[in-house]
Each structure stands twice: as C-alpha cells, then as structure tokens.
Design a protein around this ligand. Structure first.
Ligand code: PHE
Ligand code: ZN
Length: 849
C-alpha cells in the first residue's frame, strides 16, 4: 500500500545503525500460508554511532512474540517496522513472526514458485521475512535451521547438520541481510566439483526441477571456468565448502548472488542446444560469472548503503566483461557492450530518468537497478583502468581486497585505493559518479606542415536536477592512419580534462585520418564531421577493430538519416564498403555478422531528435526496410558464399567460433529471405537441429509474412518448455509488421499460456511490444494503451517488474504532439490508478517530469 506522501531518502543523511549484530539464528517452520520464522539475534551498542534508537525493519509480518534477554516485550509497531527499548549493553533479541509465502506474488522476501520455497532479499526484502536492521552496513554471521517436509532444504554457507525433514546451515562470513537466502523444494542436483588454488575441495551443485536435468551441463562448466578465472586474474579464491545454484521460474531479475546460494531466473542458467540460442548460452555464461564474481566484489566487500550500489555492480559487470572477452572474442564483446550501452543506457541518461551512477536520492531503491548503475558503472572502471594502466589497476585491486575485506564500503573507499597506489588525484574523475548525462565530444581537426592538431571539446546537456555540468576526465584513445592505410601513430590515450583541449601530432609526412575513441574508450557521444570517404577509408583500413566496425556503423547511420530526412537513396559508399568487408574471409565471422547490423530504430529516433527533427517511427522503419532490401540485392552474389562459410559440420557447441559462424549464416539467411520470399528459410527451418537455427529460420519466415504453419508446429513441439515458449511469444511480437504489432500482442495476452504473473512470460510479450519501435508507436495509440492496461493490472501483483517496464515510455517527449498526448494520457492514467505501488508511482512521476 502506498504512503500518503512517499518519502525520499538522501545519501547525505547516512548515519550508522546504533547497534552491531554479533550473530543471527533463524528457524523456519515452512508451510505455504503460515510459515513461522523465529529469530535469535545478538545485538550490542555500536561504539561508532550516537543514535541509539532501536528500530527494526519489518513489513507484511505478523508478530507473534518478541523478547529481549528472555523477557517478553511489546514493541511499538508500524507498517515499516518496530521500535523497542533496549538495555545499554549487549542483549539477545528474540522474535517469532508469521508470513504467507504462498500469497507473495511480488517475488520479494520468501515466496513460492511451482511449489518450491525461495527467497529474494536484495535490496530490502529481508524485512518481509523477519524484523531486522535491513541495511547493507549491518553484517553478521547467520545460522539457519529449516524445518520442512521437502527433500531439499538449502541456505547460505556450509551444511552443518540435517535429519528427516530438517537441515541446518551455518555461514561463517559476516554478511548483510540482503545476501540471505533459503530454498526448499523437490529439486534435483546436477553436481560438480572444484579444487581451489590452495587445494580445497568445493562441492558444486546446480539445483533444478525434475525435467530440467538435461539443461545443467553448460551452467556447471561456466561456473568452474568462472572460479578458475577469478583465481588466475584477480587472485580470488572461493571461501566455503559448497557452492549452490538454484534455478527458479518466477524471478524478477536475472540472478542473485546470495552467499554460497545463488538463485537464478531459470532463463539465466538452464540451457541445451535444442532449446537455447547461442546468444542465450553467452548470456548464461556471463551471468553465472557475474554472480560468482560477486562473492568478492559485493559479498566479502559489500556496500555501505544502497547509494553505493555501483560499487559492487559496476565492478562486477566490468569483471564479467573481462571474463567474456577472455573466454570469447574481445572485440566482439566490446562491440556488443557499446551497442547495448547506446540502446539501453543512453536513452536513460538523456531523458527524464537520468540519474548519476551513484544516485543521491531515491524513493524506491528497486528503481535504481539500472543500465546507468550497472553498465555506465562498469564503463567508469574501464576508464579508470585505461588511465592508470593494467599494472596499477591490479595493484589497486589487491589493495582494495586487502584493506576492505569484511567491510561495507563507499565509492570514496574505492577511489582511495587508486589514489594510494598511483598518486593520482581522482577528484575530477569522481565526477563520473555524481554527474548524470552522456558527455558529448566535438572534434575539430587542423593540418599544417607536418603537424596534425586535434581539438576536442566536451559538453553535457542538463539533466533532471543538474543544470550545470563540469568538465569530466575522459580518456580518448586515438590512432592515426596515413593515406595508404598504414598506421602512422599507434593508439595513444589522450586525457581530455578541460572543456576544450588541443593535442598535436608532429612529424607527419601527410595529412592523416584520425581514428578517435578507439575501443570505445569512454561512454560518450562523439560528434565528428567525418566525410563518408573518411568513414569508408577507416572501414577498409582501421587497425582498431572497434573503430573499424564503428566506421561501418556511422556510414549506415548517415545513409539512414539521409534516407529518412531527404528521401535519399541508399549510399553506395556504405554498400560497397560493407561488401568488401563481408568478402574478407580472413575476418572473424562473428565480427562480419556485427558489420551487417544496423543502428536500432530507437537510436535513429534519438539522433533525429537531438539534431532538432521530430522522429517519425514509420519513416524510420521504412528506411531500414529499404536499406536492408538494397543490401540484400547488393550482396546477392556473395550470400551463398557467406552461407557456405557459416556451415558448421561438427556437433553443436555454443563456443565463440561456432556461434560466430551461425551469426553470419543467420544474417545471410535474413538477407536472402528478402530476395527469395523465404524459400531458403523454410528449408532451413525444416532442417534445423538446434534452437539457434530454428529460431532464426522462423524469424525470417515471419518477417517475410510467412511461416504460419511453422509457428503452429513450433508451438506443438515446444509447448511443454516454458523457456522456449517465452521465445514463441516474444518472436511473434518482435517480427510483426508495425500495423499488426499491437493486435498481435493483444491476441497473445489472450492465449491460455500467457501466464502474466510470471515475469519472463509478461516480459516476452510486453517487452517485445515496447521494443518494436514502429509497432509500439502506432499513431492510433493502441500500443501505448495495451502496455498501460497491463502495467496497471500487474502493479498490485508485482510492483518491481511493473515499475521497470514503465521505462518503455521514457522517451515520450521526443515524438510529435499527437504521440506525446497519447503517451501522456497513458502515463497519467497509470499515475492516477488507486493504490499504485511506491515503485511505479516513483517511475511514472519521474517520467512525466
Ligand atoms: N544483485 C543482482 C545482480 O546483479 C541483481 C538483483 C537485484 C537481483 C535485485 C534481484 C533483485 O547481480
Ligand atoms: Zn550484480
């Protein structure tokens, strides 16, 4: 239920809790609607705190009994928690509460999924389990006894005792409550084993529901690789006797790093060649690594308060990106990350939801698990590493682990280890954490008698609450190419710290072509008046794989923008340049597949808006279609060869090499379908022996407005598999024509398998609707209305997922007056819904501005 006036929490108001917790003992008596939780907690006054108010968070709990040092007390209760009078000395707190996991649809706290009990406590879910100081700076060891008539009973730490219908777990590492976890159910283990660098044996288990045993092998191998990699690269060893992962079907996010007991959305861990795509495998490998890496960056060293969320998330995303680069292809990973940042983080950073990587206030912390905190947070660490160098980075990280193990830390602590190891002053760099908005770098060039001068100037547009922006420290990696395509200056990192700065390169024989922002060295927008012949030159010659790809991307964007605004024909420089890159059999197939990509339609809309035009989603869609058709025709002769190169005649493996080939083959198939009406795709569908090929072929058919039969066959083949059915739902919406998109989505919501309370299924349809740019933005407003209807329906059931999906409306002010009115009306309708959750209230009011 919503507060009368939502409270805003500020970073500047931080004060430590008045008590320290020495130990926590919990007993769970599990029943679906009346689970008893008994707690026994040792508190003592915190010598570093002045305020001795004894307030324990607690929400949706029925208090049965409370006692201090064995004497029953009657605490003062509110809907947020309780307060009590305590002795001015160490004491034992005991409480017994009753909770109702069977009716917990919000999937926060203790809830049930397919008859299995599980928990989600980050950020503030533990307060729905028992009364506790539910804040990350209160750390304690936990002992947990679970009584329940279920075969598998799990919690954090090591198993210390068990019997018929009960189990006890002890976690020796002090942790905040948000890392608590409990799982109980009829589960099957896929076991594994790992020997750590100091020769300790660790028992690994991936727990799944009966029927999912065949989808565990890949996740288990990914876990072992992650454990080894963290030892090799960061010197970090695992610290318990067991490591458990559980797959859960109903989960709001991807996965959760609970100490020794990671809980995963089943879509983020279960995989088999028949049911999962190459992209699924890659994502799973990255998420398993991410959650495992949190054991050090998040669990052993945690956050002082939720404003510091990027301390663990930015660093852990950075670490999982390093892992993926090492396991697969570094350039391909970097390009994927740049695409992702531009499509998810830039719209956030340049719209009404813009917030600093370390926010300074919030109403609902769940609304700040954002692309900005995670992905821009990771980019900041990449910049730091680039500025100080690999060796200094490694030293700083060693110091971080040494100095802060067991602590709840801040961004100040993090930056201090870099200052102490490098003698750098990072006070200006720190603006990356406090200033929101994407910096833009304008480029000016001059050439004079052997000297090339590059002038870079930076500016950041105002964002909500921040009108004036200060210059940031931006590492700009630059290389120079001579007229024959040779590199005449290898990559150098320029440090842009002023509003405007010039950099000179002397002793050059001829005017060079600059390759700027190599490897996407900073999360910025580069504003460069490049000619198309310069872009084509870089596309042909740049030695930096990122910028070579970027040159192609800029050509594509340029031609699309001119097609949209001036009804220009597809640009020959782009088509020819693309053709020669695609012909180059020496180039990694995955990289060539990326070359065939186009900027997202929403990204084109953003660019048009930023240069003062009003984006027309249908015109954007039409331009993309025309360019695709022209590309298919231009490459007609090459397409069969690309197919050939993409052939894999080995047993399926989701590794980088095979999936790169399939990515290229799929891109070629998609182009071919534009020429043959889907004939080849129908064939490919019939012969597909893995999900990657099956889904690609089906999407080609749907895009060709064919494949009715295949779609029905797909349903019959896979209706028993929840994760595959999510694809079936999503694909129909993403492949629908713009006009048919809202109708298609609506029809799917009426399908008997549309279990809308399951976040994966809800997102499959509604997420695909929001992502289908021209379909969502149909001028009759039916796309907006359908999404709003469902957000209003989901809100009382699951506020977190509802609030996240409101972001689909974040770009509403970019469009024409008619669309703006329609979107505002839907946002207002959501905002005025009685009893709207705090989560959704905050999101909608920020979006409306
Ligand atoms: N901490 C989790 C992760 O990154 C994300 C998460 C947040 C999951 C909140 C559930 C709830 O890795
Ligand atoms: Zn994380």
């Amino acid at each position: 239920m919503r507060d009368a006036a939502p409270t805003t929490i500020y970073l500047k108001d931080y004060t430590p809790f008045g008590y320290l917790v020495d130990s926590v003992h919990l007993t769970f008596d599990l029943t679906p609607h009346a689970t008893r939780v008994t707690s026994r907690i040792a508190f003592r006054p915190n010598p570093n705190a002045t305020d001795r108010t004894f307030f324990l968070h607690g929400e949706e709990l029925t208090l049965i009994r409370a006692a201090i040092d064995g004497g029953e007390i009657t605490p003062e209760l509110s809907d947020k928690g309780l307060t009590a009078i305590t002795p001015d000395a160490p004491f034992i707190w005991e409480a017994e509460v009753e909770i109702d996991p069977g009716n917990n649809t919000a999937l926060e706290g203790l809830y049930m999924s397919n008859g299995m009990y599980c928990t989600q406590c980050e950020a503030e879910g533990f307060r729905k389990i028992t009364y506790y100081p539910d804040r990350p700076d209160v750390m304690s060891t936990f002992t947990v006894r679970i009584n329940g008539d279920l075969p598998v009973l799990l919690s954090n730490g090591n198993p210390t005792a068990k019997g018929e219908g009960w189990a006890e777990w002890t976690d020796p590492w002090p942790k905040p409550a948000y890392l608590f976890a409990l799982v109980a159910g009829d589960l099957i283990a896929h076991p594994g084993q790992f020997t750590t660098m100091s020769d300790r044996e660790v028992e690994l288990n991936l727990w799944v529901r009966p029927g999912d045993e065949g989808k565990c092998a890949f996740g288990m191998e990914a876990l072992k690789k992650s454990m080894k990699w963290d030892e090799d690269v960061y010197g970090r060893e695992y610290d318990l006797d067991v490591f458990n992962i559980v797959a859960v079907d109903d989960f709001n996010m991807g996965a959760m790093e609970n100490k020794g007991l990671n809980i995963f959305n089943s879509s983020a861990v279960l995989a088999s060649p028949e049911t999962s795509t190459d992209a699924n495998f890659e994502r799973i490998e990255a998420i398993i690594a991410h959650e495992y890496f949190h054991n050090w960056t998040g669990n052993r060293i945690t956050c002082r308060d939720w404003f510091q969320l990027c301390l663990k998330e930015g660093l852990t995303v950075f670490r999982d990106a390093q892992f993926t680069s090492d396991m697969r292809s570094a350039p391909v990973k970097r390009i994927h990350d740049a695409i992702d940042l531009r499509s998810r983080q830039f719209p956030e950073d340049n719209g009404p939801l813009s917030h600093p990587v370390r926010p300074e206030s919030f109403q609902e912390i769940n609304n700040f698990y954002t692309a900005t905190v995670y992905e821009k947070g990771a980019e900041i660490i990449g910049m730091l590493k680039r500025l100080v160098g690999d060796e200094a980075y490694a030293k700083a990280l060693d110091l971080y682990f040494d100095r802060h193990d067991g602590q709840a830390c801040t961004i100040e602590d993090w930056l201090k280890v870099f200052e102490d190891t490098t003698d750098r002053d990072l006070s200006q760099f720190k603006r990356w954490y406090s200033q929101s908005g994407t910096p833009r770098i304008a480029v000016a060039e001059a050439w004079d008698d052997g000297t090339y001068t590059l002038t870079l100037s930076q500016r950041t547009e105002p964002t909500p609450g921040q009108d004036d922006k200060q210059p940031q420290v931006i590492p700009v990696a630059v290389g120079l190419l001579g007229p024959n395509g040779d590199e005449v200056r290898s990559t150098e990192v320029l440090e842009l710290t002023e509003t405007e700065q010039s950099f000179q390169f002397t002793g050059l024989a001829a005017r060079p072509v600059a390759s700027i922002l190599r490897d996407f060295s900073a999360p910025v927008i580069l504003e460069q008046d490049q000619t198309n012949s310069e872009r084509a030159f870089l596309l042909a010659h740049d030695t930096d794989p990122f910028n070579r790809w970027q040159a192609g991307r800029s050509l594509a964007q340029d031609t699309l923008l001119r097609m949209i605004s001036d009804e220009a024909a597809p640009d020959a420089d782009y088509l020819d340049g693309l053709l020669s890159v695609l012909r180059d059999g020496e180039l990694d197939p995955a990289y060539r597949a990326l070359m065939l990509g186009l900027p997202a339609q929403s990204e084109l809309a953003a660019t048009l808006y930023e240069r003062g035009d009003t984006p027309d989603p249908m015109a954007i869609w039409a331009a993309v279609e025309t360019l695709r058709q022209a590309t298919a025709q231009h490459m007609q002769d090459l397409l069969p060869r690309l197919h050939g190169e993409a052939m894999v005649d080995a047993p399926y493996s989701p590794d980088a090499e095979q999936s790169g080939k399939r990515a290229l083959g799929s891109a070629a198939l998609a182009l071919t379908s534009r020429l043959d009406g889907g004939a080849m795709a129908a064939d490919a569908y019939a012969n597909a022996d893995n999900m990657t090929l099956q889904l690609t072929a089906l999407s080609c058919l749907l895009r060709a407005r064919k494949g009715e039969e295949e779609l029905a066959g797909f349903y019959d083949q896979w209706k028993h598999d929840r994760l595959v059915m999510d694809k079936w739902f999503g694909l129909q919406v993403s492949m629908a024509s713009p006009e048919a998109t809202p109708k298609t989505a609506r029809a799917l919501t009426e399908h008997p398998d549309f279990n809308w309370k399951n976040p994966n299924r809800f997102r499959a349809v509604m997420g695909a609707l929001a992502m289908n740019h021209a379909g969502f933005h149909q001028t009759d407003g039916t796309g907006y209305q359908l999404l709003a209807d469902w957000l209003i329906r989901l809100d009382p059931v699951n506020p977190q997922t509802t609030a996240r999906m409101c972001a689909a409306f974040q770009t509403w002010t970019r469009y024409d007056a008619g669309r703006q009115d329609l979107m505002r009306a839907q946002l207002t309708r959501i905002a005025e819904t009685p009893n709207l959750s705090r989560d959704t209230t905050e999101m909608v009011s920020r979006i409306l501005g």
